[in-house]
Design a binder for this molecule. Structure first.
Ligand SMILES: [Zn+2]
Length: 413
């Protein structure tokens, strides 16, 4: 009887857990510290440089299978029928043809396939796309316009080797890298859950992109023993707030204070992302910067009328950390001031030039001079701050709890 009661209790608990993991709130519940998954989930990473391209060169030195694409909603990757088998794809070109996909000399009569290396270890298991090596599997989808979209299908932990080594300098202290690994795992899991509910793109499904708009991922390009060890040591650990997963975004340098997420983008207040004084990122090379952008470039990039000139650009309002929230643009011969979200303004101009929205603006002749601090949106973990904290002796959890307020780390597998 006693054993039966325990079993019943366990089953009810598991059922509750499953139900709460699939709810629609912006948070996802994990009501236990106990592992809830047997293995890391798979995720699909859209390779942005190979989104809607005519052709792509790939290399795979080892045995492989080409299978029909198939993935179930729980993100357990389940490959479909074997379409072809081979042992070498040496710098071959992939194209979409009327009869299906042409991969080097092979024509596969399908428009959505996955190349799976079948050698389990060694360099043979890496697939090069262009010059960049990837672990895992390569999905190639021919679109209706005969262009291609490429996705890397990879398990979470292998994916994190690529993210941590791309998002942070491997020379950073291990606790900074480890905090990055947990933040990136949490973010990726949040995105997997979101993509399960709603397709990001109607033409092809994926969970994350490989660029700054989600998390930078360069496959195996920069990984090494230090990165492998850091990720392995935090295997399966994610952050939760009141038992729920949240979108743990991060950025390079806040410039002194991180920002509340709802003041940077429109949306709800997310408690762990409400911002706080940083004070650890003053050594960042992006702590101070200056850039001058010609007014003509601003008109073109913001798609403003080419016949007009810009009289003035000003900051309408700012968040507590000093990042601009709204930008006002006054055009010549226009009575109205155009107002736009400062992040959208930055992204449209060039996020790799206009490093953050924590800037002051001065008109200099036919150009505008932006003098600023920080790099990135300023929300969540400050990567340079994490480095600063780790150098001062703080550990992984202390760093995470500092930037993501009132959160707790749990191990889910
Ligand atoms: Zn900072």
């Amino acid at each position: 009887m006693k054993r039966f009661t325990w079993r019943l209790l366990f089953c009810s608990f598991y059922l509750l857990l499953v139900i709460s993991c699939t709810q629609t709130s912006p948070f996802y519940r994990f009501k236990t510290k106990q592992p809830v998954l047997d293995d890391p989930p798979y995720l699909q990473v859209l390779l942005v440089s190979y989104k809607e391209v005519q052709s792509v060169p790939i290399t795979l030195r080892g045995r492989f299978e080409i299978r029909a694409y198939d993935v179930d909603r729980s993100r357990r990757f389940t490959a479909g029928d074997i379409l072809e088998k081979g042992s070498m794809l040496n710098n071959v070109t992939v194209r979409a043809t009327r009869d299906g996909l042409k991969i080097g000399g092979i024509i596969v009569k399908a428009n959505d396939v996955v190349i799976i290396p079948t050698a389990s270890t060694g360099p043979g298991s890496l697939i090069k796309v262009g010059t960049r090596p990837y672990r895992g599997r390569l999905r190639i989808k021919a679109l209706s316009n005969k262009k291609l979209a490429l996705m890397n299908i990879v398990d979470m932990e292998t994916y994190l080797y690529g993210v941590v080594s791309s998002e942070m300098n491997s020379a950073f202290p291990p606790h900074a890298l480890s905090a990055q690994a947990v933040a990136a795992r949490t973010f990726a899991l949040f995105r997997i859950k979101r993509a399960q509910k709603k397709r990001v793109n109607p033409n092809y499904d994926f969970d994350v992109t490989d660029d700054i708009f989600t998390q930078v991922y360069r496959g195996e390009e920069r990984s090494g023993q230090k990165i492998y060890a850091v990720v392995d040591n935090s295997r399966g650990v994610i952050l939760t707030y009141q038992g729920r997963i949240f979108e743990s975004i991060f950025h390079d340098t806040c410039g002194g204070r991180t920002e509340p997420v709802h003041l940077v983008w429109s949306g709800p207040l997310v408690e762990p992302l409400k911002g706080r004084i940083c004070g650890y990122c003053y050594d960042s090379r992006f702590n101070h910067w200056q850039v001058t952008i010609p007014a003509r470039d601003i008109i073109t990039k913001l798609k403003l009328p080419e016949t007009k000139s810009i009289e003035n650009i000003r900051i309408v309002d700012s968040a507590p950390g000093g990042h601009a929230r709204t930008i006002g643009i006054k055009l010549s011969d226009s009575p109205e001031e155009i107002k736009m979200n400062a992040q959208k303004f930055r992204i449209a101009l060039d996020p790799n030039k206009l490093y953050s929205t924590r800037f002051e603006i001065k008109k200099r002749g036919q150009s505008f001079e932006f003098t600023g601090r920080g790099w990135g949106h300023g929300v969540g973990l400050c990567q340079e701050g994490a480095r600063g904290m780790a150098e001062k002796g703080f550990n992984t959890l202390e760093i995470l709890e500092y930037y993501y307020l009132d959160t707790r780390a749990v191990k889910i597998y």
